[in-house]
Structure formats: C-alpha cells, structure tokens
Ligand binder design. Structure first.
Ligand SMILES: [Zn+2]
Ligand SMILES: [Zn+2]
Length: 261
C-alpha cells in the first residue's frame, strides 16, 4: 500500500534488527522500499539488501555530497557496473549540501555533474539531495540535466522553489518527516504539488515524523508522512497511498527491470 521511496536500511543503525524492521514495515503495509547508497560501500550494501528481498527492497547507487571527496574515476566505474544490476533502480543519492558543507562547494558541484552524466548513461532516475543549495542545483540541472528524471528527496523548500523544481518535467518532489512538523512552508507546497508529481519517504534512520518519539526512524513510519499529506489535501489516506505508490513505481520502474530479464 505504501512505498517508502527513500530509506537507508543498509546502515549500521539497523545492524541489530534489520530483518525485523523490514518485516514490520511489510506487515504494516509498506510494499516497497528504495534504499539509496551514500558512497560506494553503502551502494554495494543497498544492492545486497535488495537482492536478499527481491520485489520488496530496491537500491540506488551514488555518492552523497557529504562523502563527495570519496568519488573518483574508480568509484565511477564501480557505480556504473552496479547500475546494470536489475535491483538498482536509481542513481543516488547525490546532491549539494551547503548546510553542513562537509565537502568544499566546488567538489560537490563537480561530483553532482558526474552523477547527472551517470544517470543519463544508465537511463536511470536521479535521487537528489538538496540542503541550502537550491539555486546551485537549479543552475546545474538547467545546464546539464534538462533531459533527466528523478526526485528531489526530502524536499525542504518553499512554494517558489517547488515551482522551479517542478519546471523540470521528469522530476517529482518527495516529502519526509519535516512535513509533519511546524514552522516550515511544506504544507503550502503539499497543497500545490500536482498529485502525479509527489512521493513519500522516511529517510530512515533520520527524521522521525511527529507525533512519534522514536529515537530512530524506520520504513513502517512512512504512513505518518502519508497521513499528513492526506490531511493537508483533504483526501482519504488510502487514496494518497495508492497515488504516491503509483508515482514511485512509475518513476523508478519498480518491477520492470526485473521482469525484462
Ligand atoms: Zn538526503
Ligand atoms: Zn538519504
């Protein structure tokens, strides 16, 4: 019923109870999960997790802006070959993060563009992470990514920024836990986003949605994000679940790559 379009279940925060977490999500109505890598080792781990859970977990491969200094020609070669695997449905997550700025800006921009080229070469959608870097992401996408498709994951901007993002026809916005919190423009964005251009996600283990007080987020909790979206749109939860799941299935081609083989 729900697709968690972005969850890092491969990470060490799930080392103790990874299988139980996945089973709880499945039992709670999460039918599919996309696990994006953040560097080469976690991309390999995401793929392994997807292989162990065919048709339930899918992987993205890429290098997060925090880890952009680990990107190299060798890493690119490895990501390129991982991307051919049937369980890999996206390039990402990658992006620009000027909030924490763990990597110099010029390196982030270079690695961002390298991922756009990789996505084009592999004909896969992009999972894009943006934090305090909206203008640069728009600039680089206009210059190098007009033909691509993908998702602005954990969208955190305002309505004007959402409109700029949605001007890229192949792209959708994804809401995470911040939609359930006060003090941001996300409810306004949730009201204006076309229903065929929206996904939900947890970004587990981060960003626990309200009203939960868990110390760790997990895919099961995606329904709280969907509930908030349903409330804002004045629609039944089942309908939001169905629409966002269909959008994720279409964007990532969930199931298609497998069936083609
Ligand atoms: Zn992210
Ligand atoms: Zn993430």
């Amino acid at each position: 019923m729900f697709v968690d379009s972005h969850a890092h279940v491969d990470t060490s925060r799930f080392a103790e109870d990874r299988e139980a977490t996945l089973q709880a999500a499945f039992a709670g109505g999460v039918t599919r999960i996309v696990d994006p890598g953040c560097d080469l080792p976690s991309s390999v781990a995401a793929l392994a997790l997807a292989r162990a859970h065919p048709g339930f977990v899918y992987a993205g491969v890429g290098v997060h802006p925090h880890d952009a200094t680990t990107y190299s020609a060798e890493v690119r070669t490895q990501l390129r070959s991982l991307a051919d695997e049937p369980e890999v449905v996206a390039i990402g997550e990658f992006g620009l993060d000027y909030f924490r700025m763990l990597t110099p800006r010029d390196i982030q921009r270079e690695v961002f563009c390298a991922h756009l080229a990789l996505a084009r070469e592999c004909n896969l959608p992009c999972i894009i992470h943006v934090r305090d870097a909206h203008d640069d992401v728009m600039e680089l996408l206009r210059a190098h990514g007009r033909d691509l498709r993908g998702v602005f994951h954990c969208f955190s901007g305002d309505v004007a920024q959402a409109e700029e993002c949605l001007a890229f026809e192949g792209f959708v916005l994804s809401f995470a836990g911040p939609l359930t919190k006060q003090g941001n423009a996300l409810p306004d964005v949730a009201r204006m986003v076309p229903l065929d251009r929206v996904l939900v996600e947890t970004d587990s283990p981060y960003l626990v949605p309200k009203p939960l007080r868990a110390r760790r987020n997990e895919p099961l909790f995606v329904k709280h994000v969907a509930e908030k979206l349903a409330e804002i749109r004045g629609m039944p939860l089942e309908e939001i679940a169905q629409i966002t799941s269909a959008n994720a299935t279409r964007l990532f081609g969930l199931g298609e790559k497998n069936e083609a083989l």
